[in-house]
Design a binder for this molecule. Structure first.
Ligand SMILES: Cc1ncc(COP(=O)(O)O)c(C=O)c1O
Length: 455
């Protein structure tokens, strides 16, 4: 029979996949390969350190039967630890920041872990900070193990022992550049150290979000003030013990926009569904690869799966809210469905036979200034506060008239997939456009709805 004793046998030995179309589009001559860490059983690169840190603790007698594992994590290390804990019978408490996606939080709970969520804005070293909180819980919990992935030597050791040799073996020793993000620094330092020992000419490149300190720290030795960014799992506000700056040759800064854009493109053009930090790594790989020739072999880490981010950057709605959505994906239905919090969620309309005073009340109650006049869901006119009030000033009797007596001409109708460009053109001539889906009017877009959307 061909089987693994348990799921831990599936960790590691992940394949390399060549990137084809995205490199061709950019006229990149070097070969670029994805190291598919998203294929581990917990769907991230962190499964490797979950098992190695727990092996260490068991060997040293730090973790005893029925013990509790407590760790600060952006989610993936928690998943890696929880998979091992499930197999070996330990309890887990993970301390996260509220920046961690809901998918990862639910995943951890699904694996039986308890989670504690800390404010993302808490400053390093303060009591609410997730690292300080994790340490405090560990100090207060008997028979517990606090791996501290940021400083634990079993973290880079796992990559030195497994990730590095796999890449060396699978590239036949031809790798010239290795690109990874830096969260704890375990992946880049352990893998990089192994590869450099095989061939000191191999360049190890860190991909760091703008806002994280690693690039400035590497380039100047100073730790700048960190600023917020959206990519999860990589970057820090303080250096970590496991990020070995001597192993890293160069660090490139990548924006959230570049990271998410490339992560989304990787799915659409190569079929590799990944997290945002993989987009950061790929952006770093492309920055390096553009100046290299055919002999170069660049390997970057696919750190985790896109399924952890379905409600985040893999959602057009989320991307639009963060002003990061590619303009060609901003369509009429998306704009109508993702209006600001103050706008009504349902389409508010009136019928031609409604009385003007009732229509005005409906508009005031909903906090809007214009609405379509619909008869059997077909637009027959429009009702604007300013134009109606002007008419009422001339003749107060019109309060009791029918809407059809006083309404203006109908707003133009656009299909759900109409582009932002065309909608903006129409809104220069009309105060609003109506959105039609399967011959039904389903939404309205006004000038203020598109004011903040950049194309
Ligand atoms: C999604 C993701 N990418 C990359 C990393 C960084 O890996 P490392 O901690 O080995 O630097 C992490 C770490 O948590 C992660 O969660």
């Amino acid at each position: 029979m061909n089987y693994q004793d348990n799921v831990l046998g599936l960790i590691g030995d992940t394949p390399l996949v060549r990137i084809n179309k995205l490199t061709k589009e950019r006229k990149i001559k070097a070969q670029v390969f994805a190291k598919m860490e998203s294929l581990n059983p917990g769907y991230s690169v962190k499964d490797r350190i979950g098992v190695s840190m727990i092996d260490w603790a068991e060997e040293k007698g730090v973790l005893k039967k029925g013990g509790t594992i407590i760790e600060a994590t952006s989610g993936n290390t928690g998943i890696g630890l929880a998979v091992v804990a499930a197999v070996r019978g330990y309890k887990c408490i993970f301390v996260l920041t509220e920046k961690v996606s809901i998918e990862k939080m639910r995943y951890l709970k699904g694996l039986g872990a308890e989670i504690v969520v800390c404010p993302a804005a808490a400053k390093a070293g303060t009591p609410d900070h997730y690292l300080v909180t994790a340490k405090r819980i560990a100090d207060q919990t008997p028979n517990s193990f606090y791996p501290d992935q940021y400083n634990h030597p079993a973290n880079p050791a796992a990559h030195y022992r497994t990730t590095g040799p796999e890449i060396w073996r699978d590239t036949d020793g031809k790798i010239t550049h290795f690109v990874a993000g830096i969260g704890t620094g375990g992946t880049i330092s352990g893998t990089g150290r192994y590869l450099k020992e095989q061939n000191p000419k191999i360049k190890v490149i860190g991909a760091d979000p703008y806002g994280s300190i690693f690039k400035s720290y590497k380039d100047t030795g100073h730790v700048p003030e960190a600023t917020p960014y959206l990519v999860e799992g990589i970057g820090q506000s303080l250096p970590t013990g496991n990020a070995d700056m001597n192993t890293i040759d160069e660090i490139v800064n990548i924006t959230d926009r570049e990271s998410f854009d490339l992560a989304r493109q990787l799915a659409r053009t190569e079929g590799i569904f990944c997290g945002g930090s993989t987009g950061t790594n790929l952006a770093g790989a492309f920055k390096i690869a553009k100046d290299l020739d055919e002999s170069a072999v660049v390997v970057f880490i696919v750190a985790d799966t896109g399924e952890h981010y379905l409600t985040k950057f893999h959602s057009d709605e989320w991307m639009k809210e963060k002003l990061l959505l590619e303009p060609q994906r901003i369509t009429a239905s998306l704009i109508a469905d993702t209006k600001s919090e103050n706008s009504p969620t349902e389409l508010i309309s009136v019928e031609p036979d409604d009385i003007v005073s009732d229509a005005l009340t409906r508009m005031t109650d909903a906090g809007i200034t214009q609405m379509p006049v619909l008869q059997d869901n077909v637009p027959v006119g429009s009702f604007h506060e300013s134009s109606i009030l002007a008419k009422l000033l001339g003749d107060r009797e019109l309060f009791n008239a029918k809407v059809s007596d006083i309404m203006d001409k109908s707003f133009p109708v656009v299909a759900v997939d109409t582009s932002l460009k065309i909608i903006k053109e129409k809104l220069q001539k009309h105060p609003a456009v109506l959105v039609e889906d399967f011959k039904r009017i389903t939404g309205i877009i006004t000038r203020s709805d598109v004011l903040d959307i950049h194309d």
